[in-house]
Each structure stands twice: as C-alpha cells, then as structure tokens.
Design a protein around this ligand. Structure first.
Ligand SMILES: *Cc1c(COP(=O)(O)O)cnc(C)c1O
Length: 425
C-alpha cells in the first residue's frame, strides 16, 4: 500500500525548473567548518559507575581505558552511591517517565518537593524546574523580557549561548556590556529613562575563562538604576558557598539577585535546570514560559536523584575541599613545567594553545598516546586565537594522575612546537 502511494506521488509530481541540491548546501557549511579546523568530532565515551574519572573511550569499536579531565560532573556526584541508589529506588517505585507535562499529569510530588528545596537552598520564595539549564535560561529570559514589554536588557559579552538565545527570542532592545566592566555597564544603563524596564544578565563563573562575575558591583548598579538582576550560577552550584548553593551564597548576596538560575546537570551529577526567585516572578514564568509548559516534565527518579545530590552536598564539603586541593596542585605542576594557563580563583583551568589546529592536535596526542581526555575548545565557544584545553580537576583525580597529565602536556606542547599551523582568519 505504502509502496503504491510512493509511486503515485513520484509520478504525479513534476519538477519545475532546475532541481535544487539540498545536500550540497549543507555540505558546503560542513566543509567550511572542516577548512577552519572547527568541525566538531564527538568522542564516544562509556563511563564506569564508581570509577570516575576513569572511563572507556570507544574508537573503531575498541574500548580504551582513559582518564577524563574535562567533565562537568565536577565532583563525581553522578556516581555517588547515595545518588545512584536514590535513582534506582525511585525508578522501582515510580517507573521511568513522568507521564506528561507539568500541566497534564506530569506534576510529580517529587518535582514539587525539589522546587521547594531549591527555593530554600537559594533563600528565595520559590523555584521552577526545567528540562535543562539551557531551557531554564532561554525560556525564563525570553518570557520575562516579553512580559516587561519595551524592556532593555544588559548582557555581559561573555554570557552563555542559552542566555543569548533567550534574548534573541524576546522583543527587548539589548545592550552588550564589556565583560565584567562596571563602568561600561553603568554608561549604557544611564542612556535610558528611569521608567524603562531594565534587566541585567550575567554569570557568577564564566565557564571558559573560569573567572568570576562581579555580583556585588553589578547588584549595586542595578539597585541604583532600579534594574532586575538575573544571575546564571550554573558553574557555581554545588561548588561554592558553605551549603554549596553558589557564589551569591558565598558572598552573602542572595538577596541582591532577583533571579538565580542553576543546573542539576553539572556539579549535582544529574540533569535538569531551574530558576529561584520571588513567588510572583516564578508564578509568571510557570504561567507564560512555553519551554516550561509544553514539554514533558522531568522523570521523578531523576528528580529524586538530583534532590539527594543537593542535600548531600549541602552537608558535605569533603568533595569541594578535595577538588580545590587538586586544582591548586595541577596549577603548581603546570607552573613548574612552564605550561601556559589562564590563572583564576575558580575550579576551571584553561590551558592556552591559541590555535585551533594545534589545540586539536595536542588533544589527540594526549588521548592517543597517554589516554588523557581533554576536549579541545575552539571558536565559537571561545574567540578565534584563544583556543584552549579546559581542564576541570575533580576530587577523584589522584596526585599521580595530575603529575602524569602535566608530563603528557609538556610532551604534546613540545612535539607540536615546530609545526607550521597556517594562520586561521
Ligand atoms: C552548561 C551551561 C548552561 C546550560 O546548562 P545545561 O543544564 O547543561 O543545559 C547554562 N549556562 C552556562 C553558563 C553553562 O555553562
């Protein structure tokens, strides 16, 4: 039957004009990336529960033991026994899926509880959970900007793609301020009348440079000009503050931020995203954000695992301390071997290569010859000419692993030092 239908369709439709080759169009875009050395290759990994940061790298159907250095599972919580058991127990009790959107039968007791916990965690009245941190940013930002009508948004130039996408989806006018530059931000904000709705969006830790957003300085400007503040704490939740709720907590500035956004997918080792804010703002988001309303709710078992992870890190700072210790240790070794990295006070160590082809080659040498996995970071994630290896040492890397990595890096830098990498425009 289907076959007949296909033949009829094929015979009855006559092509008008010269046929357009759709594949060629897409192919030309892929070739452009290949020529510029930024075609993305996704390494295939099989993680080993209880054995992080060890994993398998699957190449040509063979499994190779590797050590992962670029994971956002910063504290290894995705393999924490309590978190694993909480997910298994919940699956057995409640099944795998949530069964619907939040509106239609998917509003589990588990997700409601998690939202209450997240609100307390950030000292806010309420929280709203989304499918991911990306969706939380995109949906919340576009929704608040549209509800505020005629708003202007001030966005740090280094803000994440999900923030940029949220801004683009809104009708607000936008001003991009130079990274963490308070004078520039204030000069831009001053151009607008007091009555115009204003939103300032920034991050507490910038993931590719590992530097901190100036929460105090930006909050002060926001207060002076009556602007709302939106802070992406994705790289800080679980990692900073006594309770592990982020940089705003560490600095005692939760009250100066109107909307805090976070992820369950990085330090908490699960998946999902959220915002924490006032009752009114959360209610408005819940009621108007289509990225919240028209999608299946997170499965209860995933939510339970996230909740277990948050509550664990709220009480235990053993992981944070060890992580910090290992970051310092790796930096010490890198300094000793004269390997150039961007120094900062966070848990992220960007090792600078500054050429996309060399960056990729060093990463390949580390993986193929030494079994150390660090994904190269190229444009557009970072500006052209600042390509790097972004290393995130965790609490479970050993001193020997850190030492071995340093020696491997030294070798790879040396081996590629004489190559002539044509300059990429
Ligand atoms: C990873 C990331 C996100 C998105 O979070 P996911 O939960 O991975 O979707 C948002 N903001 C920043 C700064 C990020 O690095």
């Amino acid at each position: 039957m289907l076959k007949i239908l296909n033949i009829v369709l094929f015979k009855s439709s006559k092509l008008i004009g010269k046929p357009l080759n759709y594949s060629d169009i897409f192919k030309s875009y892929l070739n452009k990336l290949k020529k510029e050395g930024r075609y993305r290759h996704f390494n295939e990994i099989e993680r080993k529960a209880g054995n992080h940061p060890n994993a398998f790298w699957i190449s040509e159907s063979k499994k190779n033991d590797i050590i992962v250095w670029c994971s956002n599972d910063y504290l290894g919580m995705s393999q924490n026994k309590l978190v694993i058991n909480s997910m298994i127990d919940s699956v057995k009790k409640m099944g795998t899926g949530s069964g619907g959107t939040r509106n239609i039968s998917g509003n589990s007791n588990a997700i409601v509880q998690l939202e209450n916990e997240l609100a307390n965690f950030h000292l806010k009245e309420k929280a709203v959970v989304f499918s991911s941190g990306y969706v939380a940013n995109e949906s919340t930002i576009s929704t608040i900007l549209n509800l505020l009508k005629d708003a202007v948004v001030f966005s740090d130039e280094k803000n994440h793609a999900s923030i940029i996408s949220g801004i683009k989806k809104s009708k607000a006018s936008k001003e991009i301020f130079k990274h963490n530059d308070l004078n520039h931000l204030e000069a831009l904000i001053k151009k607008y009348p007091a009555k115009k709705p204003k939103v300032i969006i920034f991050e507490s830790i910038y993931s590719m440079d590992g530097d901190f957003g100036d929460i105090f300085g930006i909050s002060k400007i926001a207060k002076k000009h009556n602007a709302l503040t939106y802070l992406d704490e994705v790289h800080a939740v679980g990692m900073y503050g006594k309770k592990g709720s982020g940089m705003a907590e560490e600095l005692g500035l939760q009250n100066s931020i109107d909307i805090i956004q976070g992820t369950l997918g990085k330090a908490f080792g699960t998946m999902g995203g959220y915002i924490a804010s006032s009752n009114i703002i959360c209610d408005a988001i819940r009621s108007y954000a289509s990225g919240y309303i028209f999608t299946t709710a997170l499965p209860p078992a995933l939510v339970k695992a996230a909740s277990t992870s948050i509550n664990y890190l709220l009480k235990s700072d053993k992981e944070r301390k060890l992580q910090h210790k290992n970051t310092i240790l790796l930096k010490k070794y890198l300094l000793k071997e004269n390997i150039n990295f961007m120094d900062n006070k966070s848990h992220i160590i960007p090792i600078m290569v500054n050429n996309p082809l060399r960056c990729k080659e060093i990463s390949n040498i580390l993986l193929n010859e030494f079994k150390h996995y660090i994904q190269p970071i190229n444009y557009p994630t970072v500006p052209v000419g600042t390509e790097r290896l972004r290393v995130t040492p965790g609490p479970l890397h050993t001193e020997k692993m850190i030492y071995d990595l340093t020696i491997a890096l030294k070798y790879a830098f040396k081996k590629t030092s004489k190559n002539n990498y044509s300059k990429i425009a």
